[in-house]
Design a protein around this ligand. Structure first.
Ligand SMILES: [Zn+2]
Length: 221
């Protein structure tokens, strides 16, 4: 089966689905495409990671990232009865151009790869993650062949738990890393994304031991 992963930024997949990819590797043909990058980072892509994992890197003309400082604050989520819907509504209103660009990019990748299964982020915290989710749903939302991964564990403490029911998600985990495996993921991250090591200032244990989860239709959770 052809499985296409689409990540908002180069590094989201290593953080969110490293062990999942390792598991799929033996049976599936895996592709990875990235949507955006900050212009500040001259060399930041997932090419090295794909070579390391033995999966296919899909070259894209990554679109400009949205500043993290433009995110909706967790306090704002908290006051909404449906924080997830609110987030989709608000970012659709604020960033129509980014959504159009991401939609065009993802449509192009899908046309190129023709995947049997498409996996993208659930859309939490960072505006570009939400944009990627909206764009993906525009293209594949009507299809049964779209799944979602829960992105970057470090978001979860601050943002994710306000948006989705984490205890339900955790039960559906595809992979819970063992303590002995955490260093492996850390090493791959450091080797493949040297410009990103500064994010390790976040709580390392939470970061790497967080369960990797992939779902179909999170709205039913
Ligand atoms: Zn990201």
């Amino acid at each position: 089966m052809k499985v296409l992963f689409v990540e908002p930024h180069p590094d989201d997949i290593v953080l969110s689905a490293y062990f999942t990819i390792k598991k799929l590797y033996s049976t599936d043909e895996i592709y990875l495409a990235s949507v955006s990058n900050s212009p500040d980072y001259a060399i930041r892509d997932s090419k090295r990671f794909c070579i390391h994992m033995g999966i296919n890197f899909v070259e894209t003309k990554m679109i400009p990232d949205i500043m993290l400082s433009n995110k909706i604050t967790p306090q704002r989520y908290k006051s909404e009865s449906n924080p997830y819907e609110y987030q989709i509504y608000e970012y659709s209103r604020r960033y129509p151009e980014s959504i159009d660009n991401a939609t065009a990019l993802i449509a192009d990748v899908v046309e190129q790869v023709k995947p049997d299964l498409f996996i993208t982020c659930i859309g939490i915290g960072h505006p570009m993650h939400v944009v990627t989710r909206i764009a993906s749903d525009r293209i594949l939302g009507m299809s049964k062949n779209i799944h979602y991964f829960i992105e970057a564990p470090y978001w979860f403490r601050k943002y994710g738990e306000r948006i989705v029911n984490y205890s339900k998600l955790a039960r559906k985990s595809t992979y819970i890393p063992l303590k002995t495996e955490v260093d492996e993921k850390l090493d791959v991250f450091k080797t493949c994304y040297p410009t990103e090591v500064s994010i390790l200032r976040f709580d390392r244990d939470n970061f790497y031991t967080h369960p990797e989860c992939i779902f179909y239709n999170p709205s039913t959770l």
